[in-house]
Design a protein around this ligand. Structure first.
Ligand SMILES: [Zn+2]
Length: 104
C-alpha cells in the first residue's frame, strides 16, 4: 500500500503543472505548488501553508512532541510538521497524499 502511494505521488510530481492544493474533504485551499518541497520521503511536503487554513495541534505521544496538521475548516488530518533545516522556513509540512487535491 505504502509503495503504491509513493509511486502515485512521484508521478503526480512529474506530470502535474503548478496550482493550489485543496483539502480533499472541504476544498479549502491549503498549500501552493510554489511552496512544495522535495523531501525525498515519498510524502507530499511543503515549507509553508496558505493563509490561516492549516491548524497546528501539539500532540504528546509516548513522551515525544509532534505537531499534527489539520484543515482549519473541517478538521481533516493532513499530516505532521517537522523541523527541517533544508527548507526556507526551517520546517517541513509532511502531508498525506490522499488529504489534498491539486486544482490548476
Ligand atoms: Zn477541510
Amino acid at each position: 500500500m505504502f509503495e503504491n502511494r509513493k509511486i502515485d505521488w512521484d508521478l503526480n510530481e512529474q506530470s502535474q503543472p503548478k496550482g493550489t492544493y485543496h483539502c480533499s474533504q472541504c476544498s479549502t485551499p491549503l498549500f501552493s505548488s510554489d511552496q512544495k518541497f522535495d523531501s525525498k520521503t515519498g510524502f507530499p511536503s511543503f515549507w509553508a501553508h496558505l493563509g490561516q487554513n492549516v491548524q497546528q495541534h501539539l500532540l504528546e505521544t509516548y513522551g515525544r512532541e509532534r505537531i499534527q496538521l489539520l484543515c482549519h475548516q473541517c478538521g481533516l488530518h493532513l499530516g505532521h510538521l517537522f523541523p527541517d533545516p533544508r527548507t526556507p522556513s526551517q520546517v517541513r509540512y509532511c502531508i498525506n497524499a490522499e488529504s489534498i487535491l491539486l486544482q490548476k
